[in-house]
Each structure stands twice: as structure tokens, then as C-alpha cells.
Ligand binder design. Structure first.
Ligand code: NAD
Ligand code: TYD
Length: 353
């Protein structure tokens, strides 16, 4: 995509990764008009975008991506040149509790966006549908090996199955209708504005409040962590330089066993809170394992590096410290997003273990 004047829809722009992407695009590309389409579920929060909400090139549209009529109206009103699609239900544990919510938003919602884009976009050289996806579509690795762009899909959770279905729909629209698409599959993100139901912000929050740190199973599952600001820079790169019809893996070659990561966080928090070394580790509580818990994810991001020159900018320990500092300085945000809806859900689930 060239960098001339454009109107770009970003779906899910009030969520964790979406808000970082909206901020990057609004600030870096004043000639782009960015329309954030978000229904504001428990995971979407307009406070994530306070610093850019009054910018002239930013617009918020409260809409459900499954609502065909509303999405049609938005295409008709804004004449989008491109969509970067992030809106999704994103938490594996929730997908185990309520799989159909994931089928609805992640599969049907993606289908509605694709179908509306197909209806409105007649010139495929000037438009782009960018689908943001996850490495979880590839399933679970053993102790060795990496996911590449050609690894067969083998999703195991309702979340990853719904994302895999959406990826397939995107490629089907490319092959069947020549819709210009590009797709990326990223490893686990961390950083500011991350909803505190996911591992890293949940642990930071619980350490701060002296609550138990629930480690699933033996804590031996492995995830590959990437700083969210590096992810959105990769999206920026792929959006402008990626090849239509291609997919790109995004990851930081940064694998951590959950228990080692939780212990590292405990050490960082003890230091920041001036607690006696070892204090926070005492909060670690091994709990019942997640059903169908994938053992290991690890991304091979060589294609993105070799073809488009992207590589992560931040070392993990530095990124974690920055993240911890952000949570310590933004406790009002944490209180705000964890009040009500989410708190009730979390308490119910946690008490069942
Ligand atoms: P998130 O849960 O923090 O945010 C999702 C956003 O989508 C929220 O603002 C929510 O309000 C919005 N949304 C949900 N349903 C909607 C609907 N029906 N209509 C309109 N808006 C809706 O998610 P995230 O962690 O920022 O993930 C964003 C995307 O990136 C997802 O597609 C996810 O699969 C993908 N991804 C996430 C990670 C990760 O580590 N978080 C890694 C790789 C890929
Ligand atoms: P999560 O942040 O939910 O991301 P994902 O399941 O998409 O990888 O979980 C990361 C890892 O941490 C995963 O192996 C599950 C584990 N985990 C815990 O051990 N305890 C927790 O409370 C949570 C939320 C996750």
C-alpha cells in the first residue's frame, strides 16, 4: 500500500493491540484518516486512546462487526481504502467457557467484513484487507521446531479454531473473489493496556495485591513473547510492503516456560516494590491445568525479517520492566477495566479451581 491520503478502518482499535496500532497510525501518518470500529466488549476501552482521541485524523465508530447493516453503512459512508482487522474474542480460557461467542465474532464477524469489502471494493489495486491472526492456529509444538508460514493448521482450542476458520475465510476470498488480502500470525504479545486476564498483567496485578498467582498445571508450557509495540511496527511494515495474498509470521524468538516467566516477574516486582527477595514467589499457586493446554508455541519470523527487514527492537527483560512500570503507574486504568463485568467472571472462574 502506498502512503497517499487514505481512509483506513481498524477493527478492535479499543483493545490491547488495536489501541497501540491506532496510536501508531494516527501519529505516524497524519495523511491517513483512521476509523476505529469497535463494539467495546469487556476488553475494549476508549481510555486506551485518550492521548489521540482529539486528533483530526481519528474517528471512533461504535459498531459490532457481525452487524451486516451497520458495517455496510460504514463502508458506504467512509469509502475505506483498507481495513486492518483485529476485532476478536481473544482469551483462550473464555473460549473454553463460551465457544459460540468466539465463533460469532471471530468467524461470522470476519465473514461480514470480507463480504462487505467484496461488495464495495471494485479496484483491487487500491484496496487491502489485512487480517491480524495468531500463531495458535498452528496448534502445539513438541520440545523442538518452529512454526513457519507453511506449517499446517492444527488448532486445539475454540479460540484458535475460530481464528483458523477466519484465516481460511480470508484466503478463500483472495482465491475465489480476488479480494486483495494479507495476513499475519503473531506470537503472544505483552505490554501496556493488556487486559489483566492474560498471564503477564494478571500476575503483575496479583503480586501487587498479594493475591495467589495461579500457574496452570506444572507451569511447564512455553510461550514465545513479543512486545506489543514491536508487533504493531511489524503490522505497519507488512501493511505497506507485504505482498498481496501472502502470510507472514511475527515473533521475537523469545521462548519462556510459564513458571520461569512468573518467577522473573516476581523478582522484578520484589525489586520495584522494595520487598524482601523471594516474597512474591511465595504467592505462586499451582492450579488445575487448562483443558487442552497447548504445550509450546515458537514462531520462525525469518520470512518477515529477510523479505521486509523487520526485527524486534526490545530485549524481553527490558520490555517486562517497562510493562511492570506502566502497570504500577496506571493502577486507575487497572481498577477501571477490572471493575464489574470482568471481576465477576474472574471470581467465578477462580473460585471453581
Ligand atoms: P483484545 O481482546 O484486547 O481486544 C479485542 C477488541 O475487539 C476489543 O476492543 C473489543 O471490544 C473488540 N471487539 C470484540 N468483539 C467485537 C465485535 N463483535 N465487533 C467489534 N469489536 C469487537 O484483543 P487483542 O489481544 O488486542 O488481540 C487483537 C487481535 O490480535 C485479535 O484478532 C487476536 O486474535 C490477535 N492476536 C492477539 C495476540 C495476543 O497476544 N494478544 C497475539 C496474536 C494475535
Ligand atoms: P494467556 O496469557 O492466556 O495466553 P495464551 O493462552 O493465548 O497463550 O496464557 C499464557 C500462558 O500462561 C498459557 O500457557 C496459560 C498460562 N496461564 C497460567 O498459567 N495462569 C493464568 O492465570 C493464565 C491466565 C495463563
Amino acid at each position: 500500500m502506498s502512503q497517499t491520503n487514505k481512509t483506513i478502518a481498524i477493527t478492535g482499535g479499543a483493545g490491547f493491540i488495536g489501541s497501540h496500532l491506532v496510536r501508531l497510525f494516527v501519529n505516524k501518518y497524519p495523511r491517513y484518516r483512521v476509523v476505529n470500529i469497535d463494539v467495546l466488549t469487556y476488553a475494549g476501552n476508549l481510555n486506551n486512546l485518550k492521548d489521540i482521541e482529539s486528533k483530526e485524523n481519528y474517528i471512533f465508530e461504535h459498531a459490532d462487526i457481525c452487524d451486516e447493516q451497520k458495517i455496510d453503512q460504514l463502508f458506504s459512508a467512509y469509502h475505506f481504502d483498507a481495513i486492518i482487522h483485529l476485532a476478536a474474542e481473544s482469551h483462550v480460557d473464555r473460549s473454553i467457557m463460551d465457544p459460540l461467542a468466539f465463533v460469532r465474532t471471530n468467524v461470522l464477524g470476519t465473514g461480514v467484513l470480507l463480504n462487505t469489502a467484496r461488495k464495495y471494493w471494485t479496484d483491487s489495486s487500491q484496496t487491502l484487507f489485512y487480517h491480524v491472526s495468531t500463531d495458535e492456529v498452528y496448534g502445539s509444538l513438541g520440545e523442538t521446531g518452529f512454526f513457519t508460514e507453511t506449517t499446517p493448521y492444527d488448532p486445539r482450542s475454540p479460540y484458535s479454531a475460530s481464528k483458523a476458520a477466519s484465516d481460511h475465510l480470508v484466503m478463500a476470498y483472495y482465491h475465489t473473489y480476488d479480494l486483495p488480502v494479507v495476513l499475519s500470525n503473531c506470537s503472544n504479545n505483552y505490554g501496556s493496556y493488556h487486559f489483566p486476564e492474560k498471564l503477564i498483567p494478571l500476575m503483575i496485578n496479583n503480586i501487587l495485591q498479594n493475591k495467589p498467582l495461579p500457574v496452570y498445571g506444572k507451569g511447564e508450557n512455553i510461550r514465545d513473547w513479543l512486545w506489543v509495540e514491536d508487533h504493531v511496527k511489524a503490522i505497519d511494515t507488512i501493511f505497506h510492503q507485504g505482498k498481496t495474498g501472502e502470510k507472514y509470521n511475527i515473533g521475537g524468538f523469545n521462548e519462556w516456560k510459564n513458571i520461569d516467566l512468573v518467577k522473573l516477574l516476581c523478582r522484578i516486582m520484589d525489586k520495584k516494590l522494595q520487598r524482601e527477595p523471594g516474597t512474591s514467589e511465595k504467592l505462586i499457586t499451582y492450579v488445575k491445568d487448562r483443558a487442552g493446554h497447548d504445550l509450546r508455541y515458537a514462531i520462525d519470523a525469518t520470512k518477515l525479517n529477510k523479505e521486509l527487514g523487520w526485527s524486534p527492537s526490545l530485549q524481553f527483560e527490558e520490555g517486562l520492566e517497562k510493562t511492570v512500570d506502566w502497570y504500577l503507574q496506571n493502577q486507575d486504568w487497572v481498577k477501571d477495566v477490572t471493575s464489574g463485568h470482568y471481576q465477576q467472571y474472574y471470581n467465578e472462574q477462580y473460585n471453581k479451581r
